[in-house]
Design a protein around this ligand. Structure first.
Ligand code: UTP
Length: 415
């Protein structure tokens, strides 16, 4: 794109304010800005902006509870059977793992990638190393090296690689961890649909949500790599969970034995108010209702055993057969707009830190892919062994709770 084309693209799309910033930039940054504009799908951006103005549709969908299996209530034989099947699959190198680490971690407020954060356990291992340890233990137990792919975003890609380099990949075989793959990004816009500029005067981009993982698995060559290795199952989880069991034979065996193409390990909600999405069926398809979407009436409904009818929390512990990933990749997942506080450079070149939300970020959600499949296997896990996330700087789901849960799980005494 030359300058005239760049100018025309901006003018045609009501984004002339970008030209003012262009004038202020050094030559190399000017070229970068042109490159950014060339990549923008303005039609899509206009549609996304218009979606922020629409009132939420009144849903006429039918929401129903969804069946799940409680791993804590399996018979000893069933358990042993699943574990045997899962262990065989791991030993036969059928498993690969993706850690999604492309998020911005805004609530935690740590300046680097979330995986570099030290939650304060005595060894002061970072979350990346905590998760790496979990895989190393599985490798040792099953005599394999599980391929570990790490999804980053442009914003933290290099910092993530630098951190692994500086820490010698925590002793993980370099050839099996060779894939740091970046997810896609979208421009952020303000409340008038104008592109936002970052502190450098370039267009502010943000990762396109954890639903971006499906496209990134293809563009990043991960599915190809899995095929080359003969891996059939991909466990996809978040960087923020310090208890994540990336190679759980019971869970893998459950999916294989029951012939599911997608399975999710659920964690029962602590109570109707817990802020976590829950599984249900929407118009007969698997679905996750966000805590913001569920009515108090539904959130409080219980079955004959006193269990919440909508109580199986989705906490990003998901297993996909490679064929399901190929299927899902063909669909476009819906975008969700998030209204965010976002500092920006104004037309005079001054950086402004707003006090209230001023910008929209557009994300796709991994769990919207579930509705693309006819069924999902749900296995209820246990919070104290499967899930303790680092989301907030303090209070619930913070470094403090994660440290406590990690220490308790590993039997480490508080000093
Ligand atoms: P969250 O939705 O909790 O977001 O991501 P976050 O970035 O960690 O934190 P906030 O909301 O900005 O405070 C859950 C998981 O999905 C990953 C995150 O890295 C985390 O592991 N994620 C999220 C991505 O990989 N890409 C995204 O675009 C969004």
């Amino acid at each position: 794109m030359n300058f005239d084309e760049f100018k025309k693209a901006l003018e045609d799309n009501g984004q002339e304010h970008i030209l003012k910033s262009y004038e202020r930039l050094e030559e190399s940054a000017k070229a970068k800005l042109i490159e950014q504009v060339e990549k923008i799908d303005f039609v899509k951006m206009r549609e996304l902006y218009e979606s922020t103005k629409k009132a939420p549709e009144v849903s006429e969908s039918i929401i129903e509870p969804i069946a799940y299996i409680d791993s804590n209530k399996l018979s000893e034989e069933e358990k042993a059977d699943y574990i045997r099947i899962g262990e065989t699959a791991i030993q036969e190198n059928k498993l690969a793992v993706v850690t999604m680490a492309g998020g911005q971690g805004t609530r935690l407020g740590h300046s680097g990638p979330k995986g570099t954060f030290d939650i304060g356990i005595p060894s002061h291992k970072s979350i990346f190393e905590i998760q790496c340890d979990i895989l190393k233990e599985a490798n040792e137990k099953y005599g394999v090296t599980i391929p570990w792919y790490i999804m980053t975003s442009n914003e933290n890609h290099q910092d993530t690689i630098d951190f692994f380099e500086a820490n010698d990949y925590f002793g993980y075989p370099r050839t099996e961890i060779g894939y740091f793959f970046s997810q896609n990004e979208l421009p952020m816009i303000d409340e008038d649909g104008k592109l936002i500029l970052n502190e450098e005067g370039l267009i502010k981009l943000a990762a396109d949500g954890h639903g971006g993982v499906f496209e990134a698995l293809v563009t990043g060559g991960i599915l190809e790599d899995m095929k080359k290795r003969g891996a059939q199952w991909l466990f996809i989880a978040a960087i923020d969970n310090v208890l994540v069991k990336m190679a759980d034979p019971l869970f893998i065996g459950f999916a294989i034995k029951k012939e599911y193409k997608i399975a999710s390990k659920t964690i029962p909600k602590t109570g109707p108010e817990e802020r976590v999405g829950v599984f249900c069926k929407k118009d007969g398809k698997p679905y996750v209702i966000e805590y913001t979407e569920i009515s108090p009436e539904f959130a409080n409904m219980r079955d004959e055993n006193g269990e919440l009818l909508y109580g199986e929390g989705h906490v990003l512990l998901n297993l996909f057969h490679i064929s399901a990933l190929e299927e899902i990749e063909k669909f476009k997942l819906p975008y969700h707009a998030a209204h965010k506080k976002c500092s920006y450079m104004n037309e005079e070149g001054v950086v402004i830190a707003p006090e209230k939300p001023n910008a929209y970020k557009f994300e796709t959600f991994l769990f919207d892919a579930f509705a693309k499949m006819p069924e999902i296997g749900l296995l209820r896990g246990k919070r104290e062994i499967d899930f303790s996330p680092v989301k907030n700087a303090e209070g619930v789901d913070s470094p403090e709770t994660a440290r406590r849960d990690y220490m308790r799980y590993h039997g480490i005494e508080e000093r």
